[in-house]
Design a protein. Structure first.
Length: 73
């Protein structure tokens, strides 16, 4: 019966577990809102978004394909 004992109070404190020997403390019950009042949704006039043209970056030229050496045998 010590810190390594899973069934004793001191062991449960050390391990950090709960059970019959060491029950959890009850939290203060918070009142549950049974009915939530829904606020009417305010709709704003949707303004059309202006799209800015993106500046295209110049692409690097492609590298030439590697040539395969012919097997000379």
């Amino acid at each position: 019966m010590g810190k390594g004992d899973k069934k004793s109070r001191r062991g449960k404190i050390n391990i950090g577990s709960f059970g019959v020997t060491r029950p959890r403390k009850k939290k203060a019950s918070t009142p549950v809102a049974a009915e939530k009042k829904e606020k009417p949704a305010k709709k704003k006039a949707a303004a059309p978004k202006e799209e800015k043209p993106k500046a295209e970056k110049p692409k690097a030229p492609k590298k030439a394909a590697a040539k395969k050496k012919a097997a000379e045998e």
